[in-house]
Design a protein around this ligand. Structure first.
Ligand code: GLN
Ligand code: ZN
Length: 748
């Protein structure tokens, strides 16, 4: 009989208990003991869910106090030197210092960089290596969790990130692979420890096998796993996900591992080659339940496809979700307000465990045929791309820039922010009261206007040049639009971890999308009425709304994106007509939607970039279009960013070194055209950390930026929106930013 297991389970807790506990601990309102207790409760609930769904193995090691990659950095002693000074007096606080720059004990310090985990909206903490990096082993947290699960009676399968993926994810050395010989012995020791902890199986994740790997990285797999296979007293399950293995498929199956997991949702065509490549003693784990979406699985289809495989492999066939369930919400049972008709179409993590059991049953000899779900017809992607072919604005950027300069009369190095201001406790409370119908729409509305007025007043006092209304009306930059648009389902508890304690609640695209009413116009118009300075209109772009929603599975993503773009284009027109002359269309998710395999990039950019331009191709030359993205390493997608043709782009850059910005200055593909053609605001301070940046450090950052970016193109702004910060942090930081800009302006 086929076996069932998962690669990982969400760790936020069914009611986001962990998030609440973390934040309370950081604030000092609970002690470490209380936090530890919540963590252990979440773990035992997760394990019990797997056990009671009848999974053969319980996955352990997928829990993290902040991030699973950071877990590995601490596991192997990858702690940059700056964290040694003012170190915290206990391990967990030291961990939080690495993650967020501060903890209840220890001194504040610059946090580790964060970046997106493959093509997901999950952010991991980037390991920072040095050329003389030494690795140590501190496996206690992992072993303790293994023991904890064993004591609760689980058949434990620990999960770790493989050495090659771990090195690949790090930064700081030109060739991280050169560190492998020093890292490998620590992995050997770790595997030995896990084996003596009686782990029969260890899952070792190497998702980089789904990437276009440089040859030296591919070549490193065989010798690495030769060593690990020998070292391990446990059986090794090599897990790959998010992308087809293609040329790496034979390589993966040839490794001396006891099983391989493939993502059959992203790469259904690889099921047959995988079965062929499987060695006699190996297990094939097939990820058929989508770990990246919330729709119920078409089990009938899998029953049919897997039947011959199940017959051939017997208990060497393992059924699983495509990837860790980290990327889906926890439990549909906690949804109390969703209509039954919608609920029956959905499956969250817990329900996915049940689906695994159902599929397992359906693959038993003699099991009846499951009922098939009929697929809908949809038009081909090529047609959608053709529809988007010509969406350029009538005037080119240089012409537009002239008109805009004349209209706005901004000082050099104009200062602005990315859109959101602190979502205060009061604001959250008022929103909650409104949702629970404890206050009227009118009261809620009045409160939002008061928040907007306050944001404008503060920005005027700070002396910022281009203002924002502050997004008080938005719980979340995607959910808000999802709620205004037709075609979405909104969940009450569909939370997914984004980073650390931060969770998002992606809306679900369930039908065709349209805009029944203007979505943002009244707020922007009100904000603009309070100031003579320009107030930016603020929209979330079509690609981001799509990528941060759970998409339909019955039509191409491009089709939904175009539907969203049509709605946003109407909104842009309405904003312009209402006198909003600067409109920002955020696309922070453009990059994470890029397929992991280069051969698929072109097709993605054709529709994604086309959809963005489609939103604003009808606006006047004097209307300034901004866009924003929360990352700075554009090298791979610079051409696409240029093709968005926004007048101004603001990006994250404070945590990265200046080299990354070289692309914009002409250090890359666009060399001969002199770099990024339009205006750019590289964030000058990190908003993820609660530390307030000092003026001298901002002044020197600005001076450095002026060395790479021409003065007439440079804007000054933070890395990202400020909704997660408090007003006291934001006020102090922005004041320093404005003052630093004045200092540097005086020098030019
Ligand atoms: N305008 C949004 C904000 O400021 C942008 C957030 C983002 O890029 N993630 O919150
Ligand atoms: Zn951002």
């Amino acid at each position: 009989m086929a076996q069932t297991h998962i690669l990982g389970y969400p760790r936020i807790g069914a009611r986001r208990e962990l998030k609440r506990a973390q934040e309370a601990y950081w604030k000092g309102s609970i002690d470490q003991q209380a936090l530890l207790a919540v963590g252990s409760q979440v773990r035992s609930q997760n394990w019990r869910a797997q056990q009671s769904a009848g999974l053969a193995l319980t996955t352990v090691g997928d829990f993290a106090w902040y991030d699973q990659v950071l877990n590995h950095s601490l596991l192997f002693g990858v702690v940059p030197e700056r964290f040694a000074r003012g170190a915290a007096d206990n391990k967990l606080d030291q961990y939080f210092r690495l993650a967020r720059g501060r903890a209840p004990s220890g001194e504040p310090v610059a946090a580790s960089a964060m970046t997106k985990w493959f093509d997901t909206n999950y952010h991991y903490l980037v390991p920072e290596f040095t050329a003389d990096q030494e690795f140590t082993l501190d496996p206690e947290w992992l072993l303790a969790e293994v023991r904890e699960a064993q004591q609760l009676g689980h058949n434990v399968k620990p999960v770790i990130i493989g050495p090659l993926t771990y090195l690949w994810l790090g930064r700081g050395v030109d060739n991280a692979l050169s560190l492998l010989p020093r890292l490998l012995p620590r992995y050997q020791e770790l595997l030995a420890k896990l084996a003596s902890a009686a782990a029969q199986w260890v899952q070792i994740d190497e998702p980089i096998l789904g990437l276009d790997l440089p040859v030296q990285w591919r070549d490193a797999f065989a010798p690495t796993y030769e060593v690990l296979g020998k070292a391990s007293g446990s059986k090794l399950l090599l897990a790959t996900y998010f992308s087809p293995l293609r040329e790496n498929l034979p390589l993966a199956f040839d490794l001396p591992v006891d099983g391989v997991h493939i993502d059959a949702v992203r790469a259904p065509a690889e099921l047959v080659p995988a079965v062929k490549a499987l060695r006699d003693n190996q297990v094939l784990s097939v990820g058929v339940i989508n770990g990246r979406n919330v729709w119920r699985t078409d089990l009938a289809r899998w029953q049919q496809q897997l039947q011959p495989v199940a017959e051939k492999l017997g208990d060497r066939l393992w059924l699983s979700a495509s990837c860790s369930l980290l990327h889906t919400p926890v439990d549909l049972e906690t949804e109390t307000t969703l209509p039954a008709a919608q609920k029956t179409r959905l499956a969250y993590s817990r329900q996915k465990l049940t689906e695994l059991g159902s599929l397992q049953q359906a693959l038993q000899p003699g099991a009846g045929r499951l009922e098939a779900v009929t697929a809908t017809e949809s038009r081909p992607q090529a047609e959608i791309v053709a529809e988007l072919a010509d969406t350029w604005r009538a005037q080119k950027y240089p012409e537009r820039a002239e008109v805009q300069k004349h209209r706005w009369q901004l000082p050099p190095l104009p200062t602005t922010t990315i859109g959101s201001f602190p979502q205060t406790d009061v604001l959250r409370l008022v929103r909650k009261q409104f949702r629970n119908r404890e206050i009227s729409a009118q009261d809620y509305h009045d409160h939002l206007r008061a928040e907007i007025a306050e944001a404008i007043r503060r920005q005027e006092i700070l002396g910022l040049d281009v203002l924002v209304h502050g997004e008080a009306e938005r719980n979340d930059m995607v959910e808000y639009f999802g709620e205004q648009l037709d075609g979405f389902i909104h969940t009450g508890n569909g939370w997914v971890q984004s980073y650390g304690s931060r969770c998002v609640k992606p809306p679900i695209i369930a039908g065709d999308i349209s805009r029944p009413n203007p979505m943002t116009v009244q707020w922007s118009q009100y904000a603009q009425s309070l100031s003579k300075k320009p107030v930016k209109g603020m929209l979330t772009g079509p690609v981001t709304i799509l990528n941060w929603s759970f998409p339909r599975e019955d039509i191409p993503r491009a089709e939904s994106c175009l539907q969203i773009a049509r709605a946003l284009r109407q909104e842009v027109q309405d904003l312009e007509a209402a006198g909003i002359g600067i409109i920002q269309i955020d696309e922070p998710a453009l990059r994470e939607g890029v397929p992991l395999r280069e051969s698929e990039h072109r097709e993605y950019f054709d529709w994604a970039v086309g959809c963005f331009r489609y939103c604003c191709s009808e606006v006047q030359a004097e209307t300034q279009i901004h866009t924003h993205m929360c990352y700075s390493n554009f090298n791979a997608i610079l051409d696409a960013i240029v093709a968005l043709d926004a007048d101004v782009i603001t990006i994250e850059s404070a945590r990265s070194d200046l080299r990354l910005l070289q692309a914009f200055a002409g250090g890359s593909a666009l060399d001969n055209q002199g770099g990024y053609p339009n205006e750019i605001g590289p964030g000058i301070y990190d908003i993820h950390s609660p530390n307030v940046p000092e003026r001298p450090e901002l002044v020197s950052r600005l001076r450095q930026l002026l060395e790479v970016i021409p003065q007439e193109k440079l804007w000054v702004n933070p890395d990202c929106g400020l909704k997660t910060r408090s007003w006291s942090e934001v006020g102090a930081a922005l004041l320093n930013m404005v003052e630093a800009t004045r200092t540097v302006r005086a020098e030019i």
